[in-house]
Write a protein that binds this ligand. Structure first.
Ligand code: NAD
Length: 482
């Protein structure tokens, strides 16, 4: 049992004022493995006070010192990489190999891309040659409240903490109450990296109390939120009274357009991308749209791909799929699968109930539905589990109209050998990101959505700009060229 009863505030481990605890359950065994203290309004206020007093010193520090601090952070993180993989695997059920290869190292990759982005970033810019005495200053926004989910816990947190550190913001992190082990370890790493006291603060807690207090706190200048669309909407409303900037990275319902000239692996790759991390990905391609000429063949390939995916516990090595995070999430996914059947979708793989051989643990069968229509619940709502919906289309126009028939707009996908067609699709798909032919977007490219998927852009230069405000100055003296 791991009991997390302390928060990291002003460079110290501080006992929580709260008596409330959230029970931590191993998703593979359903056994309790620990508890985490749920922070109170007073705990959040103490953390915000520390971040506020640290802000002027950090905001006006030399960039070289902040870069050196992030380099120390990278070093300290790398030294605890295996511990981080274990923590993530334990708390949210990612198979240990996935945690080692993708979940834990994601933070290192984000550190590297942000360090590369800051190298050529200009905090003081000339407006234009026509205004030699004007200057544009990019300044840190202030204390940032960070509220994060459990599905890629360190990736999401690093996408916020690292740019905020680099541009001179101070911060209070409230991670998901379902994934507190990894952020408690991150606070140890921050401490080992000797980041100045008060710059980074951690308060554990739930959304209703600790999350809401951060959102409403008058001394917090910005909320950077990753999580559900429902919570994102509540946060925007609550943040209005104190005129906070709110960065939102929310849910998704990605379409994957498969044309007859797609490469031979396109369908299997689409299934794999949909089911990685047990389907708990905001950018999952959960709607596979296939042109009729290759539809039956694609359904068959998807069935094979789903049925060949092994399911197993998080502590077992290998490339299998683990459990989903919680009993609540398990039940939600089961009811979506049942709704798919009830609404008339054709079940081609998986289905409700645990996979054969499991009588406990939050294990879901890799599930594929075919003949799904846009009005069905499984095509409209974010399921956040290993459930794929396959839908036929006749031509490009119909593919676009089905793909864009969703309030979400995070990542869409296109599979076709025809470059001109891919570009046509990329221009007209309504989403913040489009990935084509299985080619990952490059390091430093902006991550974010449109519509109900949110408004933020994280990663690279765009991620630095999230935490900056623009000041426009006239009468600037001296050299104006940099
Ligand atoms: P969630 O919205 O339930 O919780 C996310 C965080 O917000 C947690 O820390 C939670 O305690 C807090 N919270 C909840 N309600 C709140 C409120 N009213 N005020 C303040 N804080 C509140 O989401 P989750 O279940 O942890 O994560 C899954 C969701 O996250 C999915 O919808 C997924 O698509 C989304 N997500 C999006 C991205 C992205 O980059 N777009 C990345 C990962 C996950």
């Amino acid at each position: 049992m791991q009991e997390l009863s302390e928060f990291y505030i002003d460079g110290q481990w501080v006992k929580s004022a709260s008596g409330d605890r959230h029970a931590l359950i191993d998703p593979s065994t359903e056994e309790q493995i620990g508890t985490v203290a749920l922070g109170t309004v007073g705990d959040v206020d103490a953390a915000v006070a520390a971040a506020s007093s640290a802000f002027p010193g950090w905001a006006f520090s030399d960039l070289a010192d902040r870069v050196a601090a992030v380099e120390r952070l990278r070093h300290a993180y790398e030294a605890r990489l295996e511990d981080m993989a274990q923590a993530i695997s334990r708390e949210m059920g990612a198979p240990i190999d996935l945690a080692r290869q993708r979940q834990a190292p994601a933070a290192l990759r984000h550190i590297d891309t942000y360090l590369a982005a800051i190298e050529s970033f200009s905090f003081e810019r000339m407006l234009s040659p026509h205004a030699p005495h004007d200057r544009i200053l990019m300044e840190p926004i202030g204390v940032v409240g960070m509220v994060t989910p459990w599905n890629w816990p360190m990736s999401q947190i690093a996408l916020k903490v690292v740019p905020a550190l680099l541009v001179g913001c101070t911060m209070v992190l409230k991670p998901s109450e379902y994934a507190p082990f990894s952020s408690a370890l991150l606070a140890e790493i921050v401490d080992a990296a000797k980041i100045p006291a008060g710059v980074f603060n951690l308060v554990h807690g739930d959304g209703m109390t600790a999350g809401t207090r951060l959102v409403e706190h008058p001394d917090v200048a910005m909320i950077s939120f990753t999580g559900s669309t429902r919570a994102g909407a509540a946060i925007v409303k609550r943040a209005a009274d104190t005129f906070k900037r709110v960065g939102l990275e929310l849910g998704g319902k990605g379409a994957n357009l498969i044309f007859p000239d797609a490469d031979a692996d396109a369908v299997a790759r689409g299934v794999k991308t949909c089911f990685i991390n047990s389907g708990q990905n905001c950018n999952a391609p959960t709607r596979m749209l296939v042109q009729r000429a290759v539809y039956d063949e694609a359904v068959e390939q998807a069935r094979e791909a789903a049925e060949s995916l092994a399911v197993g516990p998080s502590n077992q090595e290998g490339g299998h799929m683990g459990p989903v995070v919680s009993a609540r999430q398990y039940e939600r996914i089961q009811s979506y699968i049942e709704e798919g059947v009830a609404e008339g979708a054709r079940l081609v793989a998986g289905g409700s109930g645990r996979p054969a051989g499991f009588n406990r643990g939050f294990f879901v069968q890799p599930t594929v539905f075919a003949d799904v229509t846009s009005d069905m619940t499984i095509a409209r709502e974010e399921i956040f589990g290993p459930v794929l919906s396959i839908m036929p289309f006749d031509d490009e126009e119909e593919a676009l109209s089905i793909a864009n028939d969703t309030p979400y707009g995070l990542t869409n996908y296109v599979q076709s050998a025809d470059g001109a067609r891919r570009n046509r699709m990329a221009r007209r798909l309504r989403s913040g990101m489009v990935e084509m032919n299985g080619q990952p977007r490059a390091a430093g490219s902006p991550f974010g959505g449109v519509g109900h998927s949110g408004l933020a852009r994280e990663g690279g230069v765009f991620g630095l700009e999230e935490f900056l405000v623009i000041k426009s100055v006239s009468g600037w003296g001296g050299d104006n060229r940099s």
